[in-house]
Design a protein around this ligand. Structure first.
Ligand code: GDP
Ligand code: MG
Length: 442
């Protein structure tokens, strides 16, 4: 095709048309640092880097992209592909009752997640759900499951600390069969560290229950240790899925990559709050951005790759990395870019976890319609006000509001949003991958 010929000519005209040993080494070192900073375990990092290198070497560098930009895309894609394989929901393909066994360390979030899953299965899959606790070591644990099960609107099967977990499980299964329960969720005891008695107990439960899903629940904040825990549970049980909890914390969530690589099981859900509805289908692409700590930059590079305004994205990246102050002019640039790049929500999706999670769908669609008004407000400011937003006090706000035909509150809202974005830009400045962006600059 003509476009193929054209891009070949472009390549031939440029100095570095391919990713080679010599231009990839430094860049991979930065990727390695970013993964380690995100708490991905070292052996997992090594393995991943080797795979990326193999994939990246010899990749064509098309159009106006640089080898660095192409590598970022390869890293992001490989990270997402490693963590996600399209399987997400709970498998219920079994003669009812389908049994789901919850495994994991103490405090991982098993009991909470059991109730969250119960709610999910009731609401999204229209199932009749029963929960039961096999945690006979901590008296409060059984009560805890009872409470959260009620919140989920599911049925709870009573058990008590003087019973054996295996007997409890058998009784619950028997009850579930007689009462036409669709799904039996079995919560289990955890320990603070792996121990043999715990593993034997859960293996016995597995043998007696023949679960269709054996889910490994792991705390995303667990960091490097997640690898050892995952290995121990994988060796003891045929895991069918992973649930990553406490994703609402500040961890960059490198545990996801480690656990996925060690167990080979799909990451099905992510816990995003202590509340009963704090469960989301795991989104591998979004999580890849979070691990790299540069969600929006990756998004920019990729959307730019799709043919949008390269110069504006580079200008922003340059500003971020140089530590220059992010002012209202940049904010305006960004608003305009977002409009060009197929919508605010598509871009917000790719922002690092916490920030994106804060914006609900409804907020986003409103925000999209709002961009024009915001542009109007910023355009009613003087150039000096735009580069020194601190100047904007009450009198100026009134003038700007009048000029843009909006209420003063709207000006306040815009300034607040700008400050949030500015704060995020400051945070991103520290990251190791920013150094790489520098190389990507031209
Ligand atoms: P278990 O020992 O594995 O059963 O863990 P629990 O379900 O009792 O959870 C331990 C603690 O983590 C509790 O305080 C939960 O409220 C909290 N927790 C569980 N999942 C999440 C989550 O996704 N986000 C947050 N913020 N807290 C969670
Ligand atoms: Mg528990």
């Amino acid at each position: 095709a003509l476009s193929d010929r054209l891009s070949r000519i472009v390549k031939e005209m440029r100095g570095q048309a391919r990713i080679t040993e010599s231009n990839v080494t430094d860049m991979l070192r930065e990727v390695r640092m970013a993964l380690l900073e995100a708490d991905v375990a070292l052996p997992v990092v090594r393995d991943f880097i080797a795979r990326v290198k193999e994939k990246a070497l010899g990749q064509d560098v098309v159009g106006s992209l640089t080898p660095g930009q192409v590598l970022v895309s390869v890293v992001n894609r490989e990270l997402a592909a490693t963590m996600g394989d399209g399987v997400s929901d709970i498998n219920l393909a079994a003669q009812p009752p389908a049994v789901i066994l919850m495994a994991g360390l103490q405090g991982a979030g098993k009991t909470t997640t059991t109730a969250k899953l119960a709610k999910h299965l009731i609401e999204k899959r229209k199932k009749k759900v029963l929960t039961v606790s096999g945690d006979v070591y901590r008296p409060a644990a059984i009560e805890q499951l009872k409470t959260v099960t009620a919140q989920a609107g599911a049925e709870w099967f009573p058990s008590s600390p003087d019973q054996k977990p295996l007997d409890i499980a058998r009784a619950a299964l028997d009850y579930a069969k007689k009462h036409y329960v669709d799904v039996l969720l079995v919560d289990t005891a955890g320990r603070l560290a792996i121990d043999e008695a715990l593993m034997r107990e859960i293996q016995e439960l597995h043998g007696a229950l023949n679960p269709v899903e054996t889910l490994f629940v792991v705390d995303a904040m667990q960091g490097q240790d997640a690898v050892n825990t995952a290995k121990a549970f994988k060796d003891a049980l045929p895991l069918t899925g992973i649930i990553l909890t406490k994703m609402d914390g500040d961890s960059r969530g490198g545990a996801a990559l480690s656990v996925r690589q060690v167990t080979g099981a799909p990451i099905k859900f992510a816990g995003v709050s202590e509340k009963i509805d704090g469960l989301e289908v795991f989104d591998a692409e979004r999580h890849a951005g979070r691990i790299l700590g540069m969600g929006d930059i990756v998004a920019l590079v990729e959307q730019v790759t799709a043919g949008v305004d390269m110069a504006a994205a580079q200008k922003l990246a340059a500003k971020v990395k140089s530590g220059g102050d992010f002012d209202l002019n940049d904010f305006l640039d960004q608003l305009r870019q977002m409009k060009q790049m197929g919508g605010l929500s598509s871009l917000m999706d790719k922002l690092p976890g916490n920030l994106a999670a804060k914006a609900s769908e409804a907020d986003l669609s409103r925000a999209e319609k709002d961009i024009k008004r915001k542009e109007g407000i910023i355009c009613s400011m003087t150039p000096k006000e735009r580069s020194k937003p601190d100047l904007i006090k009450a009198t100026r706000k009134r003038r700007i509001a009048a000029g843009a035909g909006v209420h003063v509150q709207e000006v306040n809202r815009l300034l607040k949003e700008f400050e949030q974005m500015q704060g995020m830009m400051k945070k991103m400045k520290g990251g190791g991958l920013m150094k790489m962006m520098k190389r990507m600059g031209g």
